[in-house]
Design a protein around this ligand. Structure first.
Ligand SMILES: *Cc1c(COP(=O)(O)O)cnc(C)c1O
Length: 357
């Protein structure tokens, strides 16, 4: 076994996918399984499909390419609006993409010519989170510019909240999409097939009965992968947590003062560290650092252990409450979305699959 290592419970992830596909399906909503949080790691994606996911989304063509190379033939969408420089690959690797720039959609149209295939476009609408999307008042005009483009299928509208501006999903902001779809159908006489109303955070609206009727797709990553919803700061009902566990190895254990000795300058990341003097404590170092992980997103599974801090390659923990811990022992952590993302991206962190069928 190589440490540090993320241990992934595939059965729990399959359960989460199945539960959410059924729950959303019963409400007329399809689930696009979002794979970027695990860098489209094959066993996890396979578990999503076994759980009933019929469509995938990833923000990076790099991951979509890997999915195609491992033989996935189901529809895959590029869910970060495409860079102009990746349009050529986007139409070849992805069945569709989320978009907000007419020039990019025109470039996608041009590229489809060479391959003789259509590319589906979901036009993103900014309902207030101020990340990607066309402002609502411009949607009708933009749709008018893209519906005639050769090789482009205008599939519908999408929106995203809870990511940049931290805006929570609401009846009002999901209703914006539904109303716009009505306007488009009236003005242009076309059917707006897909209303991609949100992500994990939007599940809470559905549970409360406050989702605008007409929304028929959610793009879900976190709730499948971790069973959590960071925007609403909660566990998602019906899903399992503890899907992923980080295992790290102890490389030093010593009793040391809790306050550094000497004049305090800046740490390796340019911050001035602040310490509380708690007297001598038993401190352990595990072989894991900021190069591998967003340390703030970790939580020791043993609640008597506390994370004191980290540098690039070392994480220091207070093990005063666990005097038996020694060099070579393994300390385990739970993680949030940010920590998962960094760990799955790090080449230095092993990935181990539990319960592979
Ligand atoms: C990451 C992402 C999602 C998935 O969000 P979760 O909170 O993980 O469910 C959905 N849509 C877009 C555009 C994204 O970038």
């Amino acid at each position: 076994m190589r440490y540090p290592c993320v241990e992934i419970d595939i059965n729990k992830i399959r359960h989460n996918a199945r539960y959410l596909v059924d729950y959303c399906g019963n409400n007329g909503i399809e689930v696009m399984g979002v794979t970027k949080g695990v860098c489209a790691f094959y066993p996890v994606v396979k578990a999503m499909l076994e759980g009933g996911v019929k469509k995938l989304g990833d923000s990076r063509l790099h991951n979509i390419k890997a999915l195609r190379e491992s033989g996935f033939e189901i529809p895959i969408y590029l869910i970060r609006i495409p860079m102009l420089s990746e349009v050529r690959d986007a139409v070849r690797l992805a069945d569709g993409s989320l978009n907000s720039e007419v020039n990019v959609i025109k470039a996608l149209s041009e590229e489809t010519r060479a391959i003789g295939r259509t590319h589906k476009v979901i036009l993103m609408v900014d309902v207030g989170d101020l990340r990607e999307g066309v402002m609502p008042e411009d949607v009708l005009d933009v749709v008018g510019q893209i519906i005639g483009l050769p090789g482009i299928e205008f599939e519908g509208l999408g929106t995203n909240v809870g990511c940049y501006g931290g805006i929570l999903p609401s009846y009002e902001n999901t209703k914006v999409l539904v109303d716009l779809a009505g306007d488009i159908e009236k003005r242009y006489g076309i059917k707006v097939k897909t209303l991609s109303g949100g992500n994990t955070a939007t599940l809470a609206l559905l549970e409360k009965g406050e989702l605008a009727p007409g929304i028929n797709q959610f793009r879900i990553g976190e709730a499948i992968l971790l069973g959590t919803d960071v925007t609403n700061f909660r566990k998602v009902p019906g899903t399992l947590q503890g899907t992923m566990k980080l295992k790290t190895e102890v490389i030093e254990v010593k009793v040391k003062p809790s306050y550094p000795i000497g004049e305090i300058g800046r740490d390796a990341f340019g911050n001035v560290p602040v310490f509380e003097n708690k007297g001598p404590m038993r401190r352990a170092i595990v072989a894991l650092g900021k190069q591998d992980c967003r340390i703030e997103g970790l939580r020791p599974l043993d609640e008597s252990i506390e994370i004191l801090g980290a540098s690039s390659d070392h994480t220091i923990i207070d093990v005063t409450g666990r005097p038996e811990i020694k060099v070579g022992d393994i300390v385990e952590f739970g993680m949030n979305y940010g920590a998962m993302l960094s760990l799955m991206t790090s080449e230095y962190v092993g990935k181990m699959v539990l319960n592979s069928p």
